[in-house]
Design a protein around this ligand. Structure first.
Ligand SMILES: [Mg+2]
Length: 102
């Protein structure tokens, strides 16, 4: 988690004009769209491969990273880092108690 917040810090310093809530929401949707575009490419849907060639793991991973960083920006903006950590812990504990994970 800490590394994501470091990326948020760097991005906010690099692009100080893009830190307002609606800008973050817009970028999150944009990055989710780019993840969807990668999925299209991976699933050989439409003309994506004709235009862009074979899918690359690093490209999909990079789009996923960008979408995740946008989510972490929202968490940081509203100061819910601890609550996010707690929510993840509760979810993992529940899954463990249900025997879904070790
Ligand atoms: Mg992107």
């Amino acid at each position: 988690m800490e590394r994501f917040y470091k990326m948020v810090e760097a991005s906010n310093k690099k692009f100080p004009k893009g830190v307002e809530p609606f800008q973050m929401a817009t970028r999150l949707l944009e990055e989710c769209g780019e993840v969807a575009s990668e999925i299209n490419l991976w699933e050989d849907s439409g003309v994506k491969r004709m235009k862009h060639g074979e899918p690359k793991k690093e490209d999909l991973a990079n789009e996923l990273r960008q979408a995740i960083v946008e989510l972490f920006k929202i968490a940081k903006y509203y100061g819910v880092e601890a609550e996010l950590e707690d929510a993840i812990e509760r979810s993992l504990a529940r899954s463990k108690s249900e025997g879904l994970i070790d």
